[in-house]
Design a protein around this ligand. Sequence first.
Ligand code: ZN
Length: 138
Amino acid sequence: MGFEKFGQKSFTSRTKVDDFVEYLANGELRGTKCKSCAQSYFPPRADCPGCLGGDMEWLKIEGTGRLISYTRANYAPTGFEADVPYTLALVDFNGIKVFGRLSSAIPEEELSPGISLRTSISQLPGARLTYEFVKTEQ
Ligand SMILES: [Zn+2]
């Protein structure tokens, strides 16, 4: 399974991190971690730009994250025009910063840096897979 199950536009169908999509299909969001210098990456990287090592391992993004920042997109790049408006967010999961969309079910007035979020994997039309951030149960 390559990135055709995840990307819409401008994606490479085969990469060294294809397993990212397999993990999504199994309900897991994963980044990578360098075995040499322990630096973590999201989106996953096949090689470490920090120490130039290529010995990476998969790292599960799990638990509760904290919203760092967000922005509402009212205009979208090619391929995403039908999705606007949507909200993009950066969420800190225990030191790993994960970029993605916020669930549209979260009212804008409830958004503020520091709120607790978790990841949610879902299927889109066309058997495509995606993830988003949803509120944790209080
Ligand atoms: Zn490294």
